[in-house]
Design a protein. Structure first.
Ligand SMILES: NC(=O)c1ccc[n+]([C@@H]2O[C@H](COP(=O)([O-])OP(=O)(O)OC[C@H]3O[C@@H](n4cnc5c(N)ncnc54)[C@H](O)[C@@H]3O)[C@@H](O)[C@H]2O)c1
Length: 261
């Protein structure tokens, strides 16, 4: 069992959205190993609860709710205040890459471009989950970060270079803009905010993507493989901890060299 007074995040409280799977779960486990107490949030409460149980040490809790629902998130942070009375690290990780009515399958079947086939609702819902969720969670998190803290946002190479579905790339690009702007405002409060923009990482999300699409990307990747969730968790650990104390408003892209800008 980990001791809460040891490790690179000793004594800190971290909230991770989308903690029931993939990158969120890997971050929760890694942060807990380093002494943090984790609030595991996910739309699927049972999955968040499983992550909380897998985490090393005590005090980890599971929370449900939809990050695109403002009421759910206001309620989440009120519960965090009641449970922990503080927050040191906020990871805005929850997300999806596909939605019903987004035209992706039709495009792949050769029926036209995704832009021409996508419904307006699919586009705005994608923004509500990623950008709206990131905004609301950051707003509520900073209220709990009295003496400073670290916020981590999840962008993507989709937001940097346009890979992937157009609604997803739009949302991930907006997260980069949010991160830069928020860093300028939050610095005076001692709060840092940085984005991780992963390349192709092996998680349940990419398991749902046609391998015929992913294989050429892996071939173009200098390291010739997909990344692992644990590798992204290590990047997040650096941004969450005091090791990155002079880093804010930046993005880091663990992508195996696929994009080098
Ligand atoms: N896997 C990759 O290659 C990759 C690359 C770049 C960026 N990302 C980003 O990393 C983040 C995590 O992705 P992942 O690969 O771990 O995906 P995943 O599908 O394995 O996990 C996402 C989790 O988010 C939860 N979730 C979805 N919508 C939610 C909502 N509205 N409210 C609360 N929870 C919600 C899901 O239930 C799931 O547990 C996402 O933001 C994703 O866009 C992933």
């Amino acid at each position: 069992m980990g001791r809460r007074d040891e490790g690179r995040l000793a004594g800190k409280v971290a909230c991770i959205t989308g903690a029931g799977s993939g990158l969120g779960r890997a971050m929760a486990l890694r942060f807990a190993e380093e002494g943090a107490t984790i609030a595991c949030q996910d739309l699927r409460w049972e999955a968040a609860d499983e992550t909380a149980r897998l985490c090393d040490g005590d005090g980890h809790r599971a929370y449900g709710g939809d990050v695109s629902d403002e009421g759910d998130m206001v309620s989440l942070f009120a519960q965090l205040y009641g449970a922990y009375g503080r927050l040191d690290v906020q990871v805005n990780n929850a997300g999806v890459d596909r939605l019903p009515g987004d035209g992706w399958d039709e495009m792949m079947a050769g029926q036209g471009s995704q832009i021409s086939l996508m419904g307006h609702e699919a586009f705005t819902k994608m923004l509500a989950i990623h950008v709206g969720g990131t905004f609301t969670c950051t707003r509520e998190a900073v209220k709990l970060m009295g003496e400073g803290g670290s916020v981590i946002t999840l962008a993507s190479i989709a937001g940097l270079a346009g890979w992937g579905p157009v609604h997803y790339a739009s949302a991930k690009g907006a997260i980069l803009g949010f991160t830069r702007s928020a860093a300028r405002e939050l610095g005076a409060m001692g709060i840092r905010i940085n984005a991780i923009a992963p390349g192709v990482i092996e998680t349940p999300m990419t398991a749902g993507v046609d391998e015929a699409l992913l294989a050429p990307m892996v071939m173009m990747t200098p390291l010739k493989r997909k990344g692992t969730a644990e590798e992204i968790a290590d990047t997040a650990l650096h941004l969450a901890s005091d090791e990155s104390s002079f880093t804010t408003g930046q993005w880091i892209s663990p992508n195996g060299g696929l994009i080098t800008i």
